[in-house]
Design a protein around this ligand. Structure first.
Ligand SMILES: NC(=O)c1ccc[n+]([C@@H]2O[C@H](COP(=O)([O-])OP(=O)(O)OC[C@H]3O[C@@H](n4cnc5c(N)ncnc54)[C@H](OP(=O)(O)O)[C@@H]3O)[C@@H](O)[C@H]2O)c1
Length: 293
């Protein structure tokens, strides 16, 4: 098991991406801290984790991540119940579509509050509770950003601003805490079939093919939490690139995906531009290769 005995907290874990990551971490043996504002959703996730039967401890604390007092209480309680935290995934997020000339000012503010301040509050409240005493096993702070950082979408000005802002925040934190045993990385997913993107239609089986399932992201988080990623820091991970890499791995003849040395030549032949943009994260590709054996 990849995360046996580790304590991982995922904000926004009542549904969508956060829920799937929580289940994936529990399947890998981690104890899980679940948090969002909706108790009922968190209770359901807890039940699903318990059904896995990994023996993972699951603790729920509700709260609004855009309020510092709530966030502080979430992390104090989780630390008391679980012990020092090995990884925190700042995933809770919020979005609304609308023309900028009529967009409700208060909504604009709320989006920035959840998506930027919420991530800062999460870091601030989590810092005293992170296990930061082991250079070989650094604490992980992972943020769910967005592909809008790469490809801007009209009618999402507040969301886009917030997701650009959080890239700056992660980069600033990585620089500031460079000498501490903690890594900061950000995953930038393109569209995912969740309530944030598709409202109540999420999960109805009628999504377009280019829209990912929330569980398609699990490996990104699992990798960053794993021992293999101990030295991965200050990275922006574009799912658009790695979803292509995954497809190429799945289609490759068995003898071309034995290991990175062999696969890298194959990948370069298939798509040199993609190869050049992903080769720095060779460790992640090795992780993907290994999991497909
Ligand atoms: N879906 C996509 O296409 C997509 C693409 C790129 C990035 N993302 C990012 O992925 C992350 C997860 O979103 P999702 O797509 O999984 O959406 P989702 O299904 O709507 O889940 C969002 C989660 O965040 C929680 N949350 C929202 N506001 C909160 C607050 N103020 N305090 C505490 N928790 C809060 C929600 O719970 P409560 O409402 O119960 O609090 C829920 O658990 C977000 O950061 C989003 O920006 C999504």
């Amino acid at each position: 098991m990849l995360l046996k005995g580790k304590n991982i907290v995922i904000t926004g874990s009542g549904r969508g991406i956060g829920k799937e990551v929580a289940l994936a971490c529990a399947r890998e043996g981690a104890n899980i801290g679940l948090t969002s504002r909706t108790r009922e959703e968190l209770d359901n996730v807890k039940k699903e984790i318990e059904n896995i039967g990994s023996g993972a401890k699951v603790v729920i604390v509700t709260g609004d991540i855009s309020k510092y007092d709530d966030t502080e209480n979430i992390f104090k309680t989780l630390h008391n119940e679980l012990g020092p935290l090995d990884g925190v995934i700042a995933n809770a997020g919020y979005s609304r579509r609308g023309s900028s000339d009529t967009f409700e000012i208060e909504k604009f503010r709320q989006i920035l509050d959840v998506n930027i301040l919420g991530v800062y509050y999460t870091l601030r409240a989590a810092l005293p509770h992170l296990r930061k005493d082991d250079k070989k096993n650094k604490a992980r702070f992972i943020v769910t950003g967005s592909g809008v950082y790469q490809t801007v979408m009209p009618l999402f000005a507040a969301y886009t601003a917030s997701k650009w802002g959080v890239v700056g925040l992660v980069k600033a934190l990585a620089a500031e805490y460079k000498k501490e045993n903690i890594t900061f990385n950000i995953i930038l997913p393109t569209m995912v079939d969740t309530r944030l993107l598709r409202g109540r239609k999420a999960g109805d089986g009628n999504k377009d093919d280019f829209i990912m399932n929330p569980w398609d992201l699990n490996e990104y988080y699992l990798f960053l939490l794993s021992d293999e990623a101990n030295r991965i820091n200050d990275e922006l991970i574009y799912t658009q690139n790695f979803q292509q890499v995954k497809k190429i791995i799945n289609e490759a003849p068995t003898d071309k995906k034995e290991n990175w040395e062999i696969f890298q030549e194959y990948l370069e032949e298939r798509n040199v531009k993609l190869f050049n943009s992903v080769k720095k994260l060779r460790k992640f590709i090795e992780f993907l290769l290994l999991r497909r054996k």
